[in-house]
Design a binder for this molecule. Structure first.
Ligand SMILES: Cc1cc2nc3c(=O)[nH]c(=O)nc-3n(C[C@H](O)[C@H](O)[C@H](O)COP(=O)(O)OP(=O)(O)OC[C@H]3O[C@@H](n4cnc5c(N)ncnc54)[C@H](O)[C@@H]3O)c2cc1C
Ligand SMILES: NC(=O)c1ccc[n+]([C@@H]2O[C@H](COP(=O)([O-])OP(=O)(O)OC[C@H]3O[C@@H](n4cnc5c(N)ncnc54)[C@H](OP(=O)(O)O)[C@@H]3O)[C@@H](O)[C@H]2O)c1
Length: 423
């Protein structure tokens, strides 16, 4: 059901009293064929973007040329990184890619990516780069310190026209405490005449005005809430486990799992991108793939051993929880912690991407309890040996010499000495 699919209105006093256009970034329902269509009459309008997350930054960068005045409301600070892997892009595509542009692939480049050899080489190079960055997430590590210096210099440089913004925006918390997304064009947008960054909590909203705690009142025609999602993992429908327990209740106040993929009390139930699935630096695609592979391995075990159910041990869930508690330390507000400054991290995997993939690759079967199928055969724990033959022989279908296929055969190389002797 997704991690970032349950959008919610921010808890802002009076928001619903606003009489202008009010929209949430994840529920853009203004009726036009595209957002540009929706914004075509906003040239003279005062538009607010609330939020300083990845979404808000991208909206501000794209929207400011189309509106009269754009106000970006934030209540904290944010690291703005240059786009990642720029050198690698330039090298692989044999052309200069500039660090503050949103990268656009040309049609020729897209065609080149269709070539399986180049496509694989390209993805491998980028993912290898991303997977080299994990130590940046370690508090006070040399790479974390180096990256802070680098990002700070980048922000100061891009904000040279309005240096007072750099002071308001540059955080004192570590990079990657909150999800880091490059925001090409955002810092340049903040330097434009028609853009204003307001860092102050919103006191309340009236029919046409946002009032902030610092006493400022801003008259508005449009409010765009880029204020994030409900990341509590409490799904809007019941999932009932053993003894009638609803997963929502089980996960109140905190969603806990075993390795992000399952939870005790919910046999035969496995998650893709459940709690603690997001990775601090890197793409979620390999994580999704490995979680699905995990569930497939479970299903194959159930079939092979003719089991009725598999259920993770409570102890294993508690141990994973204890491990998570020891890994995250810094105080900062983020959706990783349900939008709070402190408390259990429910968003992030407690390690690197490669660490997650390795942990999920080979299920530790001893961390699970099993139930055998009902009936007489279950008196012998090896009842799954069945009638002594496999399906291929019984039905005379499928390969009956499969052990000779390439994927099973181990062909040792011939030792060099032997070849020489023969010569
Ligand atoms: C703006 C944005 C940008 C992102 N960019 C990146 C990125 O660059 N790289 C990255 O790795 N990750 C990114 N993410 C994270 C992203 O959430 C995941 O990468 C990915 O989309 C999650 O896939 P999913 O299938 O688990 O969930 P989703 O893509 O959210 O899909 C969930 C689906 O479940 C459906 N659903 C929900 N409830 C029900 C129900 N009750 N009944 C039936 N259907 C239901 C929804 O309609 C939806 O179709 C981004 C997220 C957002 C919001
Ligand atoms: N790869 C990409 O290009 C991309 C792009 C967009 C999103 N994403 C993914 O989607 C995730 C969610 O991004 P998001 O930006 O939509 O959400 P988000 O990261 O949760 O950011 C929400 C923002 O809204 C602010 N906010 C919330 N309630 C508020 C209130 N009452 N008053 C004022 N401000 C309020 C938050 O402030 P506080 O921080 O102070 O709470 C925060 O700045 C990202 O972390 C990322 O994983 C990825």
């Amino acid at each position: 059901m997704g991690i970032l699919s349950r959008w919610s209105w921010p808890d802002i006093d009076g928001l619903k009293n606003f009489k202008g256009t009010l929209v949430h970034s994840a529920n853009w329902d203004l009726g036009g064929a595209t957002w540009e269509d929706d914004a075509k009459d906003w040239q003279d309008k005062n538009v607010a973007v609330i939020g300083l997350g990845s979404t808000a930054l991208q909206i501000v960068a794209a929207l400011h040329p189309k509106v009269g005045k754009l106000y970006n409301f934030g209540r904290g600070k944010a690291w703005i990184s240059p786009p990642f892997a720029v050198t690698k892009f330039s090298e692989l595509l044999s052309r200069d890619v500039f660090s503050d542009e949103n990268y656009v692939f040309s049609e020729e480049e897209k065609e080149r990516l269709d070539d399986p050899v180049f496509g694989r080489q390209f993805r491998h190079a980028l993912e290898q780069d991303m997977n080299s960055l994990h130590t940046v997430t370690m508090r006070n590590s040399p790479l974390q310190q180096q990256v802070q210096v680098w990002f700070k210099a980048h922000m100061i440089h891009r904000l040279a026209k309005k240096p007072e913004i750099a002071e308001k925006l540059i955080p004192d918390f570590s990079v990657t405490c909150r999800r880091l997304t490059p925001a090409p064009g955002y810092l340049d947008a903040l330097c434009q005449e028609n853009v204003e960054l307001i860092i102050s909590d919103i006191e309340h909203v009236t029919s046409d005005t946002v009032e902030t705690k610092d006493g400022n009142q801003t008259k508005l025609d449009v409010i765009i809430c880029a204020t994030g999602f409900d990341s509590s993992y409490r799904y809007p429908f019941p999932i009932i486990g053993r003894d009638g327990v609803d997963l929502c209740d089980k996960w109140t106040p905190t969603a806990k799992t075993y390795l992000s993929v399952c939870v005790d009390g919910f046999p035969n139930c496995f998650f893709g991108l459940g709690p603690n699935s997001t990775i601090g630096t890197g793409s979620l695609i390999p994580m999704i793939e490995h979680q699905v592979d995990y569930a497939v391995q479970v299903a194959m075990k159930l079939q092979r051993e003719r089991l009725k159910s598999i259920e993770v041990k409570k102890r294993a869930v508690e141990d994973f929880d204890r491990f998570i508690e020891t890994v995250f330390t810094e105080k900062v507000r983020t959706w990783y912690k349900l939008g709070k400054e402190e408390g259990r991290v429910v968003g992030l995997w407690p390690g690197s991407t490669l660490h997650a993939l390795k942990a999920l690759k080979y299920p530790r079967w001893e961390d699970f309890n099993y139930e055998q199928e009902d009936g007489e055969s279950s008196h012998n724990s090896l009842y799954w040996l069945g009638n002594g033959m496999t399906n291929n022989e019984k039905t005379l279908t499928g390969d009956r010499a499969w052990y000779l296929s390439k994927e099973y055969m181990d062909v040792p190389s011939i030792p060099t000495a032997t070849i020489k002797n023969k010569v």
